[in-house]
Write a protein that binds this ligand. Sequence first.
Ligand code: AP5
Ligand code: ZN
Length: 213
Amino acid sequence: KRLVLIGPPGSGKGTQSPIIKDEYCLCHLATGDMLRAAVAAKTPLGIKAKEAMDKGELVSDDLVVGIIDEAVKKPSCQKGFILDGFPRTVVQAEKLDNMLEKQGTKIDKVLNFAIDDSILEERITGRWIHPSSGRSYHTKFAPPKVPGVDDVTGEPLIQRKDDTAEVLKSRLEAFHKQTEPVIGYYAKKGIIAQLHAEKAPKDVTAEVQTALS
Ligand code: AP5
Ligand code: ZN
């Protein structure tokens, strides 16, 4: 399967992805995670992306299309993939279609993590992540066994620099202006599945399974 996950910050894309990935043996391609790794490693890509990310704005289409173009060609992604956080503009969606057309494939399903903006601040400001694995926790909704520590590795958890109420406002603005039109783009193709992303994680997982069955 070749899947796209669309939804605002904190809607649960990163929480559901590992579950879908394991169930269908797909590779999980999260542009946000890849960009954060590039920023941490101070690569040329990271240096270019950092300023926009810190402000909660989108990184340029060319930069993200470049990373996805490389990633979808990897042998490990030939059986299928989950795109988490990409495409986020109509230009990115069109470039993705062209890329896949050259490989003789296409997107099978787009999961729309629909949710009201008012719920997202609590989710975003309570999130803690384990940077090297991408695992995320929430102080109230998904607490780690030991506060501030990853359950699996025992390594420290951190908060994302853009996970503040202030930066969230810009991220939501970018979502409504630039990413919502992408939902219309895929709706025309008839491949959108609507999720009720405000539900509890396990209920969202059940909706995902129904959408993909
Ligand atoms: P990115 O990393 O993609 O961030 P985002 O889209 O803002 O999404 P989040 O990761 O914040 O939300 P999520 O839906 O994954 O939520 P999660 O499951 O963790 O992008 C970051 C930046 O990179 C962008 O601002 C941009 O600058 C740049 N970028 C990335 N891709 C780009 C692109 N294609 N083009 C241009 N620029 C790009 O859940 C959040 C919290 O809630 C967690 O604590 C979790 O435990 C909890 N939670 C999850 N589900 C539930 C539930 N059902 N009930 C209760 N709590 C829940
Ligand atoms: Zn995420």
